[in-house]
Write a protein that binds this ligand. Sequence first.
Ligand code: NAD
Ligand code: WQD
Length: 388
Amino acid sequence: MTVGSVLITGGTGYIGSFTALALLEADYEVVVVDNLYNSSEEALNRIESICGKRPHFHNIDVRDEAAFDGVFDAHPHIDSVIHFAALKAVGESSDIPLEYYRTNVGGTISLLSSMTRHNVSNIVFSSSATVYGDATRFPNMIPIPEECPIGPTNPYGRTKSTVESIITDHVQAQRNKLKREGKSFDHWNAAVLRYFNPAGSHPSGIMGEDPQGVPYNLLPLLAQVAIGKREKLLVFGDGRTAISHVGFPYGSRLLTPLTVDYDSSDGTAIRDYIHILDLAAGHLVALNYLRDHHPGVRAWNLGTGKGSTVFHMIKAFSAVVGRDLPYEVVGRREGDVLDLTANPRRANDELKWKAERTLEDACADLWRWTENNPLGYRQTPPENLLEA
Ligand code: NAD
Ligand code: WQD
């Protein structure tokens, strides 16, 4: 018996695959669409190894509206969508903004149009803490509540805030239309989930983040240092110098010694790292909330409420690896802000959701995944893990 049928776009990617697993474990039927631009179909095998169930899969591009129509026609029971598929590299978004708008905004318009034609009216959307930009520009907005005015500082972030607006406008228009027609206007609900920094892997060691290109996030980079794929971590911190997003430390030879000088306890920037299993669980409760409470459009922060500095993360990851990991302080990365820590109270109260796992859990799980799968999904995981 399934409790409902859900379409997950981007469902072979990092957060999407863990959410597909959480939904299957909660007895949802799951249909995944993805064009495998930044993921591999192997994620579906790992999901099946863990929970014994497999999502349906269609290799489609979210920019292709007719392809969405085909998927909804093939799976008429789908009643909700969780929309992950997007391009997500902040630096790259400044180089090729049109591609970002085409995929992230255009893809969402295709999806909403096709959903409307097929009477599918619940959507959970992957937004990002990046929509807040620099919340320290306002008094009393750290930790960041959903009421904090948004102000993204890069094209990627602007695609996310634009999609938030498009979803809000479309849900409102659909509800107005249903009301005019004298129909129940409980239909059309959207959860806008603003994630902070997803981290970690599945505790089994067989499922984790496997990006197709070079990683740019702190923990995957630290994992590469630990496994010997990268000599050291560059800590972005010296405010007197800037660093380009491709990693070339402008001016780092000119000013020595470089130092970390963010206004934090140790001079490095603060982020809210949330375990991927907690993040996936947040999608399940948000989806259930839409189906049970019909709130219209509602935004929720998904974070722990605890900020950690870069140095703290290096220490925590070094502890699970069992040795000090080398790093070098370089200039600040363009667009980085001092503090992105969530105030997760709205999700705690309304969704009855709380991040349960610790940073240490995320580090230990990431290390187990990295050590056992140095080639990610391009290798078979060790037998002992598969049997566990
Ligand atoms: P990911 O790259 O692992 O997953 C995105 C998936 O979308 C990939 O499997 C990719 O192949 C697919 N995709 C990309 N373009 C597509 C297209 N045109 N058609 C079909 N599929 C396409 O990224 P993720 O970290 O799992 O992120 C998922 C969502 O969460 C994204 O919307 C991202 O912007 C958002 N988000 C991510 C983070 C983060 O730090 N990982 C933080 C906040 C928000
Ligand atoms: C974390 C901290 C860096 C790499 C990004 C996106 C955001 C969201 C999550 C999608 C920062 C520092 C990093 C390195 C470092 N994604 N760092 N050396 O920038 O908080 O958020 O991913 O929505 O939109 O911007 O995450 O992991 O890149 O950085 O010192 O080599 O680690 O300066 O303080 P970020 P991150």
